[in-house]
Design a protein around this ligand. Structure first.
Ligand SMILES: *Cc1c(COP(=O)(O)O)cnc(C)c1O
Length: 339
């Protein structure tokens, strides 16, 4: 069976690099949404909690429920309020209307719209937002924003940072009038954390850097923690002139030993269509089109590593590391290893 191995030493290294930069592991909000970017939600929650992380954020209540035993609190980013919330968790308030619907007494963080205009409350609406929150007995504990260009060269990130700093000051003052004090703030994702010299917040929200990557720059010298492995289903000699797989896309110029391995696009891999050169970890090329449940390459033994670092695959498919990782099927077994 194919499997995913999670390297615990590399995870320790990444957590330690990040903690050193921001001063404490307690300031990390571990972003575990979408099956922990494909790494395995419960497994990652458990290991991060062991390493001292106390706070996580996820996409949905379902995800939060799966890992509640591991953290002091969990921020749910994309819950759509229905009045039936589990009040053990903290909910992101993505617009004003959410305040009217979410269950009374819920713990909330305001998302603040500083420039990305994807989610959040604008500075001009802070007064109104606090008023509704108060009226509905909501527990406003903090607020955050998200940078749209932290992973791009240029001044946009700095411009947004200034809007954020102003919003933060304003919200602190407004919230105080409604009896909401000691709000916590967070804004930096992985890319922002990497490039920042100083972070003036209570927490950071990091996903991809825990998993060992950074798209923009890597001042933290992170190490990828996930490797993907497949097992041989069968092997044969592909005779000179014979072709393997759908559409006869690869034909042997001489007799070669080929094997078929048990990973395909049903496992969340992008479908390789046989064009261009895509390699597994040992440098062997995929031969012919990828099938739903398998692909073929030169026989490399019973067990092969597809990748230890997804960057090459992401580049090949013209996408970002996140997308290769997050698509890995939850059905693939995940296991912790220490090497
Ligand atoms: C996904 C997400 C993050 C984490 O981003 P990384 O680039 O993986 O660090 C942080 N904040 C919000 C709101 C997110 O949706």
């Amino acid at each position: 069976m194919s499997e995913i191995l999670i390297n615990l030493n590399n995870l320790k290294h990444n957590v330690s690099q990040i903690s050193t930069k921001i001063g404490s592991v307690r300031k990390i909000i571990a972003v575990l949404k979408d099956n922990a970017y494909g790494h395995g939600l419960v497994l990652m929650a458990k290991e991060l909690a062991n390493l001292g992380v106390r706070y996580a954020c996820v996409r949905s209540i379902d995800e939060a429920n799966d890992i509640k035993e591991f953290f002091d609190d969990i921020l749910v980013l994309s819950h759509i309020p229905n009045g039936n919330e589990n009040i053990d968790f903290t909910y992101a308030i993505n617009d004003l209307s959410a305040l009217e619907i979410i269950k009374e007494n819920s713990k909330i963080h305001f998302a603040i719209d500083t420039l990305m205009h994807r989610n959040g409350i604008l500075q001009k609406d802070f007064e109104l937002a606090c008023k509704i929150a108060k009226k509905r007995n909501l527990k406003l504990l903090g607020a955050y924003t998200h940078f749209r260009s932290a992973d791009e060269i240029g001044s946009d990130y700095f411009a947004q940072k200034m809007v954020y700093e102003k919003s933060k000051k304003s919200l602190k003052a407004v919230a105080c009038k409604f009896g909401y004090e000691n709000l916590v703030f967070h804004s930096h994702n992985s890319a922002a954390t990497n490039r920042a010299e100083k972070i003036d917040d209570d927490f950071i929200r990091v996903g991809i850097s825990l998993y060992g990557y950074n798209e923009f720059c890597d001042t933290l010298n992170l190490k990828p923690i996930l490797s993907l492995w497949a097992n041989r289903v069968s092997k044969r000699v592909l005779k000179k002139g014979c072709c393997v797989g759908y559409g006869a896309k690869f034909c042997a110029k001489e007799d070669i030993n080929i094997a078929t391995y048990d990973l395909g696009y049903a496992d969340g891999l992008f479908r390789y269509n046989g064009n261009g050169e895509l390699f597994i970890e040992n440098g062997k090329k995929l031969l012919g089109k990828m099938s739903m449940d398998s692909f073929s390459c030169e026989d490399s033994g019973e067990k092969i590593c597809i990748f230890k670092d997804v960057t090459k695959w992401a580049n090949f498919f013209n996408t970002i590391n996140y997308e290769i990782l997050v698509k890995l099927s939850p059905r693939i077994k995940r296991k912790i290893v220490t090497e």
